[in-house]
Design a protein around this ligand. Structure first.
Ligand SMILES: [Zn+2]
Length: 318
């Protein structure tokens, strides 16, 4: 675990490193409103003790946590939900209507993740997934809201990365917890041109038109900042958002260009096109990391994005 897993980022929000795979890959957040708290994103099952240790360190009783809020049910966001709900007796799970049943019975999630990552990596990275009692689950629809103390959280349906994805607008920070809808931006890739943002197309529900509509929907709320799961707070999100929209189109073009040819080597072609594209974009953006460092920073996403585009291409062919 990192020596600094917790960072106070203002507005009574603490960024927590989930310790998934490496430091700085995936975050979750503790949000405080008066005597009440919410946990937004949970990381994996292995993140649960890190979150509980923060509560203890802050003198927050476990019963003060009112809500656990994964933006969608991919396991870097929701893998810790079951374990966390067991430890937080008063918490209600707020989840997208399309994700709820997978939190109550996670067997399909587990099978899906094992298919993408392989058995061994699944066990190491995700640990376990524990079911949640259906009575503690509340489905949040587009336009619904809750209060955490006196801060209001508004929920917006944002398909495109996944159909079970919502984003959460926080009144106090005028910020949005964006999950994976507003892409990825790893701090080591930030330059004087701003954050290096990129779309994420994790299998199996990438939908470019829906994703672009969701990004526009978030920008239309005029947020002052975004809180990305991968990774951290981003101020002045409009300009990065415009770049992100253009990159969704670039991904689609890249996939369509790679598609013709031998089916057996298509994933490899997608990976190599994705790597060339993202590395060139990073250089354009003024990123001065070495090839190896770029590979270290983006290799995992290059592989995931390529797998997602492969599935999307297959779906296009019907
Ligand atoms: Zn994610």
């Amino acid at each position: 675990m990192s020596s600094q897993p917790y960072a106070e980022i203002g507005h009574y929000i603490t960024r927590i490193d989930t310790a998934m795979m490496r430091e700085g890959l995936a975050a979750c957040y503790l949000l405080q409103g008066g005597d009440e708290c919410a946990i937004i994103e949970t990381g994996t099952h292995n993140t649960v003790p890190i979150i509980l240790a923060l509560l203890a360190q802050r003198g927050i009783e476990r019963g003060q946590v009112k809500f656990v809020i994964p933006t969608h049910v991919h396991l870097d966001h929701a893998g810790g939900v079951g374990g966390l709900m067991q430890a937080l007796p008063e918490a209600t799970l707020l989840v997208h209507p399309r994700g709820a049943r997978h939190m109550i019975d996670p067997s399909k999630l587990k099978a899906g993740a094992t298919a993408v990552y392989g058995e061994e990596a699944f066990a190491k990275v995700y640990g376990d997934i524990i079911p949640v009692d259906a009575q503690r689950v509340r489905e949040m629809h587009d336009g619904d809201h809750v209060l955490v103390g006196d801060r209001r959280l508004d929920f917006y349906d944002t398909p495109g990365h996944a159909r079970h994805h919502f984003c959460v607008y926080d009144s106090l920070s005028a910020g949005i917890f964006t999950g994976d809808t507003f892409g990825l931006a790893y701090p080591p890739l930030t330059t004087e041109k701003g954050p290096f943002i990129l779309p994420t197309t994790t299998p199996v529900q990438f939908d470019p038109q829906a994703l672009k509509a969701s990004i526009r929907k978030l920008l239309a709320l005029n947020p002052e900042r975004m809180f990305l799961t991968h990774y951290g707070a981003m101020d002045a999100p409009r300009e990065p958002g415009e770049r992100l929209l253009a990159m969704v189109d670039d991904y689609v073009a890249l996939a369509e260009k790679a598609a013709p040819g031998d089916e057996a080597t298509l994933l490899q072609r997608l990976e190599s096109a994705m790597q060339d594209y993202l590395f060139a974009k990073a250089r354009d953006h003024g990123v001065t990391l070495s090839e190896d460092e770029l590979q270290e920073a983006l290799g995992f996403d290059i592989n995931l994005n390529s797998q997602g585009l492969l599935v999307w291409l297959q779906q296009q062919q019907g």
